[in-house]
Design a protein around this ligand. Structure first.
Ligand code: EPU
Length: 432
């Protein structure tokens, strides 16, 4: 396979061998906070300074999209970036990048609000269900945009600017909430987003916009009210936006600790954002020490209780931790159930875990069950998406033998320096 990046993991062969992972592993800034932060640069009349930006390929893709729009993007040392949107950014998202990158949808609101137009291909990304954009389109339409759809692209036009609107989302959607909130900041009049997403990344975005002059109420609740500025740009002159810790990376590392850790500490995280995970781990019998910005797994439990796992919008259990958590469920004694409520088609990775020795049944596109404990054995596997790819790395870490994970580029989209971080706690992993 050309350009195939592979992770190769020499497994610990648990529970047969008495081996542990130990030490500290640090969490990077959140991909899903950094992406809207980059997009928000279009709302500012001056330079937006960011810190704690993760070194991942989704950020590189977002920076390229912004550059093509005319935004100056400058990486600095130590995860800092400076972004300046200039006087007249353009309106076309580079199709070759945007069509492979679902996160590009976050740009729609800022570009449309700033330029009166946005042209983009149907956005791609990881293979996790259909991922429609109907709620984006109907939201912008309510704010006064005209939609022109052709075979390969969409154009949204609002040459006289957007106006406020009442928008009810039939599903809570993270990126639609973020991008419509950003559009509403520059629109004329009041926008109310109902059944809005409550994820920490939505709150972090909104709180920074407020610091920079935006009027937003209701962050962290399901009704967000934005009073628009009628086109007047925000100012970030005296501000730096620090990207919040990545709760999905943090959760993935905590799960790794639960699988194989002893005095295993995940640092630089926000425990409040992980309560849905830590409450389940405690229910399974895992002993955790939870501190202000760290979680320690004192020792891998010898017997784990099975659980019912149901993904849910925040503060429920995140869909992005569903696949990593399933690896832990292969080690629980008895039958666990998984109910994926957010995306269809996000259970396919279980077929691969079965090849590695898991006993699993996919009942329909949303439900599966697992029976454990089953020792895992190494396999040559291909990652279908970012989170399943990480799950295979976790599985490979406890398996017997050498696991090869193809399509490593998916993992690089969202996990910064993953192999170096994992090596630091004792995983034998390399990338080719
Ligand atoms: N939906 C619609 N129509 C729309 C938009 C969404 O029906 O126009 C549906 C989706 O099909 C899904 C549900 O709404 O059933 C929720 O999806 P959401 O829109 O919230 O997902 P997203 O905004 O595209 C973000 C994260 C995802 C994460 C989901 C759910 C970013 C950049 N991406 O995606 O992260 O899984 O929220 O929490 O914030 C990842 O990081 O690996 C990842 C996929």
């Amino acid at each position: 396979m050309p350009n195939d990046e592979r992770f190769i993991i020499d497994g610990l062969n648990l529970p047969t061998e008495q081996k542990f992972l130990t030490g500290k592993i640090a969490v990077s800034g959140a991909k899903n906070d950094a992406l809207p932060a980059f997009a928000s640069s279009l709302l500012f009349r001056d330079t937006l300074k960011l810190s704690n930006v993760p070194e991942i390929s989704d950020i590189t893709a977002m920076a390229k999209l912004l550059e093509v729009l005319g935004v100056k993007t400058e990486p600095k040392a130590g995860g800092r970036w400076e972004l300046f949107s200039g006087k007249s950014p353009s309106a076309t998202l580079e199709p070759d990048i945007a069509k492979h990158f679902r996160g590009s949808v976050i740009l729609l609101g800022p570009v449309l609000a700033r330029t009166g137009e946005v042209i983009f291909p149907h956005p791609g990304g990881c293979v996790i269900g259909e991922r429609p954009i109907d709620l984006f389109l109907s939201g912008f339409q309510k704010m006064g945009a005209e939609i022109i759809e052709s075979d390969h692209s969409y154009a949204l036009r609002a040459p006289k600017g957007l106006h406020g609107a009442e928008i009810f989302f039939k599903h809570q959607t993270v990126t639609a909430t973020e991008t419509l909130m950003m559009a509403a900041v520059l629109a004329q009049g009041k926008t109310v987003l109902k059944n809005a997403a409550m994820e920490p990344e939505v709150v972090a975005l909104g709180e920074f916009l407020i610091k920079a002059g935006a009027k937003i109420k209701g962050l962290g609740s399901s009704t967000i009210e934005i009073t628009g500025r009628g086109g007047k740009l925000l100012s970030a002159a005296k501000l730096t936006r620090k990207i919040i810790p990545d709760r999905i990376e943090a959760g993935s590392f905590v799960i790794l600790g639960a699988l194989a850790g002893k005095n295993f500490t995940v640092t630089n995280l926000e425990p409040k954002h992980l309560e849905s995970l830590t409450s389940l781990l405690l229910e399974m019998g895992i002993k955790l020490k939870i501190e202000t910005s760290a979680i320690t797994i004192l020792e891998r439990a010898t017997t784990l209780k099975p659980i019912n796992l149901r993904t849910h919008e925040y503060p429920g259990f995140p869909t992005d931790l569903q696949a990593p958590m399933a690896v832990l469920l292969t080690q629980a004694t008895g039958r666990s159930a998984i109910f994926e409520t957010i995306f269809e088609g996000r259970l396919g990775y279980l077929e691969t875990l079965k090849l590695m020795g898991a006993q699993a049944w996919i009942h329909d596109p949303h439900q599966a069950s697992l029976e454990g404990p089953t020792p895992l054995r190494a396999q040559e596997v291909t990652s279908p998406d970012l989170r399943a790819g990480l799950a295979y790395i976790l599985a490979g870490t406890i398996a017997r033998g050498k696991t090869v994970v193809h399509n490593g580029h998916y993992v690089d989209r969202g996990y910064a320096k993953i192999e170096a971080k994992l090596r630091g706690v004792g995983v034998t992993i390399s990338k080719e």
